[in-house]
Design a protein around this ligand. Sequence first.
Ligand SMILES: Nc1ncnc2c1ncn2[C@@H]1O[C@H](COP(=O)(O)OP(=O)(O)OP(=O)(O)O)[C@@H](O)[C@H]1O
Ligand SMILES: [Mg+2]
Length: 282
Amino acid sequence: MSTRITPENLLVRSGLQLKSQDPYVVERMQSRYSSKVLLALQTENPTLIREAYDWTQSLPKTNTCRELLGRDIVIDGCLIGNNEYIEICFVKGVPSVLKTITKHEYNRITALLNIGVSHPNLVSCKLETVYEKYFAITPLFPVTIEHLCGIPVSTAFKLVDQVGNALRFLHTHEFAHKDIKSANICVNSNGDFVVIDFGSTEKFGYDSPSTMEYIPTDVEANPSRPEIDWWMLAMTVYDRLQPAGAGVRTGNGFTRSQLVAWFASKGSEYQRLIDEILSNIT
Ligand SMILES: Nc1ncnc2c1ncn2[C@@H]1O[C@H](COP(=O)(O)OP(=O)(O)OP(=O)(O)O)[C@@H](O)[C@H]1O
Ligand SMILES: [Mg+2]
């Protein structure tokens, strides 16, 4: 009995390693080039189907991609950290990150960008909407500080200085970042720290989600106010001073005084670090 000819096995006959391909290409090929695919199947012609496949591959994946392409934004298709909402793109050829955000986040970030965010330690961000989809686009940085474990105290002082400058800028404009943590601080190609992710950034006095593990248990997460950012920075510094594998975990459950006591227990340099952070809280 002969096996039924499918687009997949005809493509394999054309010499394609189907396993390593985007699984949706075949689906898109069938809807875009249905008559060509049909003809290829009827005539069992691998060359014909391969042509349809290659055309499909060279087209933008979806209408959204095509629309973004028209704005000089090319989606690379490579996801960051396997997160389907965050992918690499090129804006006028510059490597960038395209993050799919909610309408709520879009509105919050719009309010923030209206102040004219321009600071060396804050990511620059551009918003796009396409067919009721919302995107934030930022430059791509080499790494976050998540994998920098057990940093020297001098690096911790630089972190406090640079992230602190970014926070003061936001606070001057009455916004709190609300999500300061290791995964939201990148290192740029000059080795400077840059705060990313405005998904929680909110005007003072309003509520927004945050990462509770980075907020001491006796600090209220809402409403938005500067104090939250400084405690989250203290927690982040604590986090990065730990050896690999330690750091902030759910259930660290520090109160403010426990966190301060930890720094004090490590000697005068660490004490200066926490004093410097907390001197910003009025
Ligand atoms: N511009 C960028 N450059 C390099 N890496 C980035 C950039 N933006 C995001 N990332 C990576 O993707 C991760 C998630 O991005 P982002 O923090 O914006 O999304 P998120 O969904 O809000 O995450 P979370 O809620 O965990 O903070 C970051 O922790 C970082 O590892
Ligand atoms: Mg984040």
